[in-house]
Design a protein around this ligand. Sequence first.
Ligand code: ADP
Ligand code: ZN
Length: 191
Amino acid sequence: MHIIKDMGWIEVVTGSMFSGKSEELIRRVKRARYGKKKTIVFKPEIDDRYCPNSVVSHSGDQVNAININSATEIFNYVTEDIEVVAIDEVQFFGKDVIDVCQKLANQGKRVITAGLDTDFKGVPFGHTHILMSVAEYVDKLQAICVVCGNPASKTQRLIEGRPASALDPIILVGAKESYEARCRRCHVVPM
Ligand code: ADP
Ligand code: ZN
C-alpha cells in the first residue's frame, strides 16, 4: 500500500468463513498500533464467539473490541484523535454502516472493515457488497475446502451434519448446526 497523506479511506476484507478475515483485521490493527496510530475496534453485539470484548480469530489471535448494536454508535466512541477505526463482522450491521464508514473516511480516518460477502446460500450477506463498491481497497480471501482441498469461497451450513436447505430456519432451537469452508464444486444448498 502506498503512502496516503491527509486523507481517509475504506478497506474491506471479505470472503467465506475461515478465510482469515478476522486474522487479517487483527493483523492490520496491530500493525497500525506499532505505527503509533490511535486505533479502535468494533464488532456487533450478536457476535459473541469466544469472547464478548474481543475480536478473536479461529486460530486464536485477538484484539480488544467494543460491542455495539448499531453502526451509528461508533460516533459515540470515535474522538478526533482516533486515526484508525476497525469494524469486524460488518455484514451484521444495517445499511447505515455504509454512511458511517463514508463519514469516518471523509473525516480523514482509515476504516478497516471485515465481513462475509455471502451467506450459506451463496447470496450477498448484509451490505458488504455495497461497502466493497465504495471502498478504496478490497481484499477477497479464500479458505481451504474441507472436502477437496481447493480454495474455498463459500460457507457450507450443516444441520445435524447434513447440508442445510435454503428454506431451513436461520435460528434453530435444539438442532446442532455447524459451518465449514467449501469450494464452488463442493458447496451444496438443497432446495
Ligand atoms: P474468518 O474471520 O474469515 O472466519 P478467521 O480469521 O477467524 O477467519 O480464521 C482463519 C483461520 O481459521 C486460519 O488461519 C486457520 O487457522 C483456521 N481454519 C480453520 N479451518 C480452515 C479452513 N477450512 N481453511 C482455512 N483456514 C481454516
Ligand atoms: Zn471442494
